[in-house]
Design a protein around this ligand. Structure first.
Ligand SMILES: Cc1cc2nc3c(=O)[nH]c(=O)nc-3n(C[C@H](O)[C@H](O)[C@H](O)COP(=O)(O)OP(=O)(O)OC[C@H]3O[C@@H](n4cnc5c(N)ncnc54)[C@H](O)[C@@H]3O)c2cc1C
Length: 303
């Protein structure tokens, strides 16, 4: 369970309090405020705060004195234009602050996105919980034979059971030693900042993560993509659901012009044009490497 009954009660209490404000309120994201959206076995994503909405993007783009909105259609058109032409600064006017609980090895990938503000749970100050990510059976997969950076078929039978036992056993043993080392029962007790170093990368950490919408879209574009590791992708997908409710027009434009789009090299565009003219084009006369040609085929082949 990602949250204890006490934590759930705290969230419920927070959700009962509201106040009148002159600020923009985006109704779609209000429903998400504070509640925890479960991810993986012990993780979650919670919206702590947000600033702006679809109209705020238009307001900034038009550098308007008032709300900056015209008709909904007009605004959607403007947002789609901005997204299509990489006019990105108006999207930076919206901000999202999340509370995320995630395994440390996922956090290592996540933290590479430098254009956000982060405050992480201190394992120097506090004691980490005995919570480890253990993959579900369908995610305990073998090394991919076609992609060095990916996974293939799920492990089966005895091998799956043995790996699961190792993952659980190593996690528990490491945590037992962590507890023993910091314990002050009849000993001095090792400092928390040192004892944590024997904990495995599947232990959970938590952080507050604040980012503007432009950089959030960049994060989602990379991490909600099928090439991203499953364990970070599920967090990105959870955030996508929240963003779709928060700024529906911007999210739709993002889906159309980023998430579902492809970028083509000059050689790819040239080959496509030659094909449309009826020319027989293959890898050898394409001017592309075998790998790029394969990527091109993936883009143009019918689903
Ligand atoms: C599928 C996948 C596989 C990956 N594999 C690896 C790997 O094997 N090894 C590895 O080390 N990383 C890997 N990464 C991480 C990747 O290289 C990036 O570090 C990560 O995706 C963050 O991207 P970013 O730098 O664009 O994001 P951000 O840090 O959010 O930056 C956003 C943009 O701001 C600009 N920017 C930010 N900071 C600077 C700066 N200091 N100088 C100049 N411009 C800046 C850049 O234009 C950047 O694109 C992988 C990422 C993905 C999605």
């Amino acid at each position: 369970m990602p949250l204890s009954p006490e934590q759930l009660a705290e969230i419920e209490e927070q959700r009962t309090q509201s106040q009148a404000t002159l600020r923009t309120v985006a109704p779609g994201i209000e429903q998400h405020l504070y509640s925890a959206k479960p991810v993986l076995d012990h993780g979650f994503v919670r919206v702590i705060d947000y600033m702006g909405d679809d109209a705020a993007i238009c307001q900034a783009a038009r550098v308007s004195y008032g709300k900056g909105t015209k008709s909904v259609q007009n605004d959607e058109g403007l947002i789609r234009y901005l997204m299509r032409h990489w006019h990105s600064t108006p999207f930076e006017m919206c901000e999202l602050k999340l509370h995320v609980k995630l395994p440390v090895f996922v956090a290592r990938q996540w933290i590479r996105h430098r254009t956000a503000n982060v405050n992480e749970y201190s394992a120097r100050y506090s004691i980490l919980d005995r919570e480890f990510y253990i993959p579900a059976p369908d995610q305990m997969a073998a090394q991919s034979v076609i992609n060095n950076q990916g996974r293939g078929e799920a492990l089966q039978g005895e091998e799956a059971a043995r790996v699961l036992e190792m993952l659980k056993g190593d996690s528990m043993r490491a945590y037992d030693h962590y507890e023993e080392m910091i314990s002050q029962d009849g000993q001095q007790g090792l400092a928390r900042e040192l004892a944590r170093m024997n904990l495995p990368a599947n232990i959970y950490t938590q952080w507050y993560w604040k980012v503007d919408l432009h950089n959030l879209f960049h994060f989602l574009r990379l991490r909600a993509d099928s090439h991203a590791q499953y364990e970070i992708r599920v967090y990105a997908e959870a955030i996508c659901d929240i963003v779709a409710d928060w700024v529906p027009a911007a999210y739709k434009a993002f889906e159309d012009y980023r998430l579902g789009s492809v970028s083509m090299s000059a050689q790819m565009v040239d080959c496509l044009r030659r094909m449309l003219k009826g020319e027989q084009v293959d890898q050898e006369n394409s001017g592309m490497s075998v790998r790029e040609w394969r990527e091109f085929e993936t883009v143009i082949k019918p689903e």
